[in-house]
Design a binder for this molecule. Sequence first.
Ligand code: DGT
Ligand code: CA
Ligand code: CA
Length: 567
Amino acid sequence: MPVQNADIAATFEKIADILEIEDANPFRVRAYRTAARLIRGLSHDLSGMVNAGKDLTELPDIGEDLAKKIVEIVHTGHCSMLKKLETQIPPALTELLQVPGLGPKRVRTLWHELDVETVSQLAVAAREGRIRTIPGFAEKTEAKILQALQDHTAALHRFPIPIAARDAASLVLYLQGIPGVKQAVVAGSFRRGRETVGDLDLLVAAERGRQVMDHFTAHKDVAEIISSGPTRSTVILHNKLQVDLRVVKDEAYGAALQYFTGSKEHNIAIRRMGQSKGLKINEYGVFRDKERIAGETESSVYASIGLPYIEPELRENRGEIEAAVSGHLPNLAELGDLRGDLHVHCQSSQSLRVMADEAKNRGFEYLAVTLRSSNADPKRLDKFMAEIDAINGAMEEITLLKGIEVQIEKDGNLDLPDNVLRSLDLVIGGLFGHFDLPRERQTTRILKAMDNPHFSILAHPCARLIGTRGPIDADMSRIIRHARDRGCFLEINSRPDRLDLMDIYARMAKDEGAEMVVSSGGNSPEDFDDLRFGMQQAKRGWLEKKDIINTLRLKELRSQIAKTMGR
Ligand code: DGT
Ligand code: CA
Ligand code: CA
């Protein structure tokens, strides 16, 4: 199929967008926009003209340079200049331009001032009121962005966890405050720690359901009541998130929680096991004939079929029931097991101190600050080292490690020379471009990066951005085995739009005997909160304390890393 005029116009629009984000010469930007508009309005096909050997510069506003690009696009289907430009900015950045009210200038400012690179990061920044703090962004702008994002998120159907988490926390608190409510919790996929949720499932134990429902549907965040009865209601919040509420009596609370936590596949398997023992298991309890024999707690439901309690993160019918039967359930790692964070960024010496203080307050023993390789010119690197030494000299309770985050280049080389890497305690490497290489090349690229003797941690190995960019096409099982053999560690990055390693690969890595690290990947003190999402992902991957190296004491951690780095 020949290249359409619309494709060529879109390519030029995209070039103009990126140039404008990069603050390029406005005349250059305008040349691409003008050409795009002209091409869209043409009545004849450019590909036909190219193939007929016509001189394109005879068209208004098309010079030598643009003509050459059109020929390239018609012949090859792509534009090498655009490909090059795309590697210069975070890949999701141009998607921010789709948000009504955001032009390239604003996108650039949000990126530089707030580190906002994706739509979900924009949502979090808007919700936290950080956008209004930038000069030129009024409170009204922030509200407009928020509204636009809510429409955008609704279109995605599934909600990112941090947004659901806020609504969940505030609704649970609200429900707990209603007279007569004994318990209020979140069930469903949220409780199982999935990375996105379709809707929120809330469960309340109370005697009088009608009263609870009336309070619930009157909540200020409720935009629309889909249905409301004495035991079940469904509402839509202003941000388009659907919330289901079930009210049950105390004696059925455990059975209802087990049922509404799911997953459906897990429940079906549990119900079958019950049937084989002559039991009926449903959301009201466990019954033998008409007699209720369990249901007050979740544990009682599992115990009725001879099983130990199964953690919600495992309930996907991925072997957890068999493991429970044979007594081989994992002893899952907990957030409290983490003794430090090995991947955070700091913008200034001041924020370095703030991060160190916060890490100490959270009871961490160590914190690796990872300078971005793009900021690692000799002068800044020296300053960074000196600042860390100064803080380590002044603070007793916590040790800062000198880390660096390097980019894995297209050919698998790291973007800093070995003599620089040698001077650091920790080298993290990740993919920041060329996400669409074919499988074999992508895989060998990563294997080669890990072979660098200074390489210690593979950051966000799948390089996906939830809701924006899918995982790279690579042979994860080979990457995992290589990491194990080489002694490198695989990161579970806790940023809510990354959550990468994904649960299935964390599980594969554990099974293969590779070791992992759960990192916040944060830029500010609050970002340590995200570790809970990373730990949920770890639990969904069946990880135990021994699978996660940042549960080690500093001394053991140091010797592990030193071994990896051949020191
Ligand atoms: P989501 O909302 O798409 O992120 O995923 P869930 O797992 O929260 O699904 P949801 O909200 O449709 O239902 C909540 C739980 O209720 C689900 O995990 C298990 C239970 N459930 C719902 N429908 C059925 C069903 O037909 N059979 C069984 N056994 N359980 C069900
Ligand atoms: Ca749900
Ligand atoms: Ca639901």
